[in-house]
Design a protein around this ligand. Structure first.
Ligand code: DX5
Ligand code: ZN
Length: 217
């Protein structure tokens, strides 16, 4: 049985509560912290940049996973890489030179990932498989937490799992958006081994319990 990684998104966490929430995530057994970087251009919302990643890095040993929902993505990679984050993922829809971006991330020794919006075909990962450490299937449209899971994502996860397994490469298969304790079983059965959850974990009085429910044990 493959290890399941749990990466809570701190998107819905009030800034004034970040430090205590991150301690709760550590104590609750999270594997990564998922950082949703939104630039007000690729998506409407604006969240935070590399300064936040750096501040978080200073208060936790948890690994950091950066989801770049940005235009001009190439401009942002260096700053996050220099913070020492563990994964940087870029969208396929708005970047002309995805292969080059992945090369740039990997030059830092960081895991490089691709993100597919709900309309983007999974087959797009095929010709960049040798560059990938992480594939993220968006199960909502990016831009906000607390949306409902798009059911067609299960088929996309299964297709991505098939492509990844055939490649023989060790690539994390992540899902992001609308994940909760009721639908997570089907998500794992479809082949995801990296579960990102925002509101289902953060909007909960008992974060350890919420992480357990998502992990399923
Ligand atoms: C959406 C973000 C997600 C989101 C997850 O653009 O990429 O990470 O915050 O939040 P929930 O789990 O509430 O959908
Ligand atoms: Zn995300």
């Amino acid at each position: 049985m493959k290890k399941i990684y749990i990466a809570p998104s701190i998107l819905s966490c009030p800034f004034y509560r970040l430090e205590s929430t991150i301690k709760d995530l550590e104590n609750g057994g999270a594997d990564y912290i998922h950082l949703d970087v939104m630039d007000g251009s690729f998506v409407d919302n604006i969240t935070f940049g590399s300064k936040m990643a750096s501040d978080i890095k200073n208060i936790t040993n948890l690994k950091l996973d950066v989801h770049l929902m940005t235009e001009n993505t190439e401009r942002h990679i260096d700053a996050f890489a220099q913070v020492g984050v563990d994964i940087i993922s870029v969208h396929i829809e708005n970047n002309y030179h995805v292969h080059k971006l992945l090369q740039k991330i990997k030059q830092y020794g960081i895991k490089a990932g691709i993100v597919l919006n709900p309309h983007s075909p999974v087959v797009h990962i095929k010709d960049i498989l040798d560059m990938l450490d992480y594939v993220l299937i968006m199960s909502v449209n990016p831009g906000a937490g607390g949306q409902s899971f798009i059911e067609n994502s299960l088929k996309k996860i299964a297709d991505a799992r098939d492509i990844i397994d055939r490649s023989g490469r060790d690539i994390l298969l992540a899902v992001d958006g609308g994940v909760n304790s009721s639908n997570v079983m089907g998500i794992k059965e479809s082949g995801a081994n990296y579960i990102i959850a925002g509101t289902a974990i953060l909007d909960n009085d008992n974060i350890s319990e919420a992480i357990k429910n998502i992990r399923g044990c």
